[in-house]
Design a protein around this ligand. Structure first.
Ligand code: ZN
Length: 150
């Protein structure tokens, strides 16, 4: 991680230390588990929905600094978004962490653009995103980074 810029590294470490929305949503409408066996990340993402709109999103579990910071910033970014907007943001973040290219509109998530230089870490960064998309789509089976196209 030493090659990530100091600023980005600082943001990631801060979110790892003080993750936002690190809690269970007891009456969550849906949740999904994400597992990255290569790194040992295991996160559960909870969503509360009002119709098509995410009213609350939170996560629990354990993982490396990248996966926890990604989940933390994700939960900060998705409240009030519709399911379609969550999926659209997932596509942007996926493109950004795999290629480093970003055409804006990702807010604080831009700190993960540098992750594309560390292929093993891309799975850590994208894991919570796969889990939240599974959760809003109501898929219960665990998501793992062993599945293709992650
Ligand atoms: Zn990880």
């Amino acid at each position: 991680m030493s090659e990530l810029s100091d600023l980005y590294q600082e943001v990631i470490l801060e979110h790892n230390k003080n993750p936002r929305n690190f809690r269970e949503i007891v009456d969550a409408d849906q949740y999904a588990d994400g597992k990255n066996p290569l790194c040992g990340d295991a996160l559960r993402v909870y969503v509360a929905l009002d119709g098509d709109t995410v009213t609350d999103v939170a996560f629990k579990g354990s993982g490396c600094a990248i996966s926890k910071a990604s989940a933390s910033i994700l939960t900060d970014s998705l409240k009030g978004k519709t399911k379609a907007e969550v999926k659209a943001l997932f596509d942007k973040v996926h493109e950004m962490v795999t290629t480093g290219k970003c055409d804006g509109g990702v807010g604080k998530l831009a700190v993960f653009a540098g992750v594309h230089k560390f292929p093993a870490r891309v799975k850590c960064a994208i894991l919570p995103w796969h889990a939240v998309v599974a959760a809003v789509e109501g898929r219960q089976e665990p998501v793992t980074t062993e599945m293709e196209d992650i």
